[in-house]
Design a protein. Structure first.
Length: 285
C-alpha cells in the first residue's frame, strides 16, 4: 500500500525530532529538508529546521528558515521566538527583543520568550524592562529560580540591592544547591555591608560546589572591605590558583580591594608565580 504524503511527512518529522533530541543536529536538518520536499509550506518543519541550524551555529541559514516560517504563518509565536533566538545569538539584542515581544504578544504564556526577552534586555542595559519581563515570567511560573536570579541581576544593576537580595533569597529557597545564586547573594550582602552574612553565603556556595573560584574571590572581597589584608590574601590565593589570568587582573581594579591592594599581603601574592594548575585548598578545613 502506498504511503500517503502526510504519512511520509510524519516519518521525516519523527526521525528529525529523535535526531535533534540526541544532539545530531546536522542529520536532523537533512530530515527536515526531506519533509519540506514533501510540503514546502510545512511551517513546523521550517521552525524546527531553524532551531537545528541554530544549534549548528549556522545563524544566517537559521534566520532564513524562521523567516520562511513567518512568511507562511506570521501569527506563529514559535517562529517569532526562534527568530529572536538567532538574533540574540548574533548579538542583535534590540532586534531580538522585538521578536520575543512579538512571540509574547501572540502567546502570553510563552515562558521561554519572556525569559529570553529579559536576558536580551539585560544585555542592552535596559534593566527596568528586563525586571518587568522576568516579573511576567514569575507570575506564570513562581518557582522558576532562573527568573528570580536574573531579576536580581536587573535590580542590582539599578542599585536596588535590598530588592535583589530578596530575589536571591527566593532563588536559593527554590534551588538550595544553586551555587552561583549563593555567590551573588554574598555580593549583594557585601553591598549592604552585612559582612558576616556575606561570608556565610559564600561558604554555602562552596558547600554546593568546590573548587569555586567566584566564591573564594567573594570571601576575599568581604575581608578586603573590612581592611583585613591577611584573610583577603588567603582566599584570593585560592581564586588565583584556579584562574590566575582572570583574578590577578580583576583584583587590581576592583574597588572592593582598595583598602588592602597596596598591603604587603596582597602585593606578595600578586607578585608570586602561582601556577594556574595548582590545586586550590579550601581554607574551611
Amino acid at each position: 500500500m502506498a504511503v500517503s504524503q502526510l504519512q511520509t511527512s510524519q516519518i521525516w518529522h519523527g526521525q528529525a525530532r529523535a535526531l535533534f533530541s540526541a544532539g545530531h543536529y546536522r542529520a536532523a536538518v537533512k530530515r527536515y529538508n526531506r519533509a519540506l520536499e514533501v510540503d514546502p509550506e510545512d511551517v513546523d518543519a521550517w521552525v524546527n529546521r531553524g532551531h537545528a541550524l541554530c544549534q549548528l551555529e549556522h545563524y544566517d541559514l537559521a534566520l532564513e528558515s524562521f523567516q520562511r516560517a513567518l512568511k507562511l504563518a506570521p501569527q506563529r509565536a514559535a517562529a517569532w521566538h526562534g527568530h529572536g533566538l538567532v538574533q540574540a545569538k548574533t548579538a542583535d539584542f534590540a532586534a531580538a527583543v522585538e521578536s520575543f515581544s512579538q512571540a509574547i504578544a501572540l502567546d502570553e504564556h510563552n515562558r521561554e520568550a519572556c525569559f529570553n526577552r529579559g536576558h536580551a534586555l539585560l544585555r542592552l542595559n535596559r534593566f527596568l524592562e528586563a525586571a518587568e519581563s522576568f516579573d511576567q515570567l514569575i507570575q506564570q511560573e513562581p518557582d522558576n529560580y532562573r527568573a528570580w536570579y536574573n531579576r536580581a541581576i536587573a535590580l542590582a544593576a539599578m542599585r536596588r540591592y535590598h530588592d535583589a537580595l530578596s530575589c536571591l533569597d527566593t532563588t536559593v529557597s527554590i534551588k538550595p544547591a544553586c551555587h552561583y545564586a549563593w555567590t551573588y547573594r554574598g555580593v549583594m550582602l557585601n553591598k549592604l555591608h552585612r559582612f558576616r552574612d556575606a561570608l556565610l553565603s559564600f561558604e554555602q556556595s562552596l558547600h554546593c560546589r568546590a573548587p569555586n573560584a567566584n566564591a573564594w574571590y567573594g570571601k576575599a572581597a568581604t575581608y578586603a572591605l573590612q581592611g583585613k589584608s591577611k584573610a583577603a590574601a588567603k582566599w584570593l590565593r585560592n581564586a588565583i590558583a584556579v584562574n590566575p589570568s582572570l583574578y590577578r587582573v580583576l583584583v587590581k581594579t576592583d574597588p572592593n580591594f582598595s583598602l588592602v591592594i597596596n598591603s604587603g599581603d596582597l602585593q606578595t601574592l600578586l607578585q608570586s608565580h602561582t601556577r594556574a594548575g595548582e590545586n586550590a585548598q579550601d581554607s574551611l578545613k
